[in-house]
Design a protein around this ligand. Structure first.
Ligand SMILES: [Zn+2]
Length: 272
């Protein structure tokens, strides 16, 4: 083959590959509670669910899906050259356990107004911490379990007490004893610390960047301070039963801003 012919062939093959490469990469499918990490051309504007996503210098971005989504996740991309693209990912449905309990004394089902006010005020503080949108990409290095043990509660399950639907369980519970160290599942900045919230007791939020955060509740000991930099695996405190907990366990929740995600989908199977 002559050099010019070879060169033409190589160039043709290269342009075919370039044409086949998507300008925006997304997973083929997703599911309720999932964290979705995508990549696009740097400088693009990506929107999902009415929010403009932070696009990193390397083009990576993320968003999360709540418990009750269905159908398709719709993403819009505007590239630097002015072209626009609409993308969608099918959402594979999943089933959540529903537990109905009837005949409970009414006072235990609906807290008195004063207590309800305290709970709402404390919840607002945590919600505010979760609005943080840092350029850090601590989520890029993957997640590890904060500790290991029997999983005693899963994301999405819901109790209906005396016919009143209560908040679904937004996190994963690991049945381990008081004092068991809690390790940061990924690096980040401590964005919230409280020793004694009514429902969640000792509470810590770690921000992993781009609006992704982890929350740890019912802690018996807290070893970190607000705005402290944490590396993956660092001990942030210890398991307990503070707040409204029936026994010692670690509750680990994850959020994309105010959207509650399933940590188990992000971290993968518990190591044996
Ligand atoms: Zn829990």
């Amino acid at each position: 083959m002559r050099l010019r012919t070879l060169l033409t062939t190589v160039l043709a093959a290269a342009s075919t590959i370039a044409a086949a490469m998507p300008r925006t990469e997304l997973p083929a499918s997703t599911t309720p509670g999932a964290l979705v990490i995508g990549r696009t051309e740097p400088g693009s504007v990506v929107t999902f669910s009415g929010r403009t996503l932070r696009v990193a210098d390397d083009g990576s971005f993320l968003f999360g899906l709540g418990r009750d989504v269905s159908g398709q996740a719709e993403i819009a991309v505007r590239y630097r050259d002015g072209t626009a693209q609409a993308l969608s990912i099918p959402i594979q449905p999943r089933k959540f356990a529903i537990e109905r309990v009837n005949g409970l004394p009414e006072s235990t089902v609906n807290p008195d107004p004063k207590l309800a006010e305290r709970i709402a005020r404390e919840q607002t503080q945590v919600t505010k911490a979760r609005e943080r949108d840092d350029a850090r990409q601590d989520y890029r290095f993957g997640f590890v379990w904060p500790n290991t043990g029997r999983i005693s509660g899963v994301y999405g399950s819901q109790r209906i007490l005396n016919g009143t639907p209560k908040n679904p369980h937004y996190g994963v519970d690991i049945a381990v004893g008081t004092g068991t160290p809690i390790h940061a599942p990924a690096g980040g900045i401590v964005s919230f610390v409280a020793k004694d919230l009514y429902l969640t007791g000792g509470t810590v939020v770690i921000d992993h960047g781009h609006g992704l955060s982890s929350v740890f509740v019912h802690m018996s000991r807290i070893d970190v301070k607000p705005e402290q930099r944490i590396e993956q695996g660092a001990v942030i405190g210890a398991v307990g039963a503070t707040g409204r907990a029936t026994g010692p366990h670690l509750h680990w929740g994850m959020n994309w801003f105010d959207t509650r995600l399933d940590p188990q989908l992000v971290v993968g199977p518990m190591p044996k």
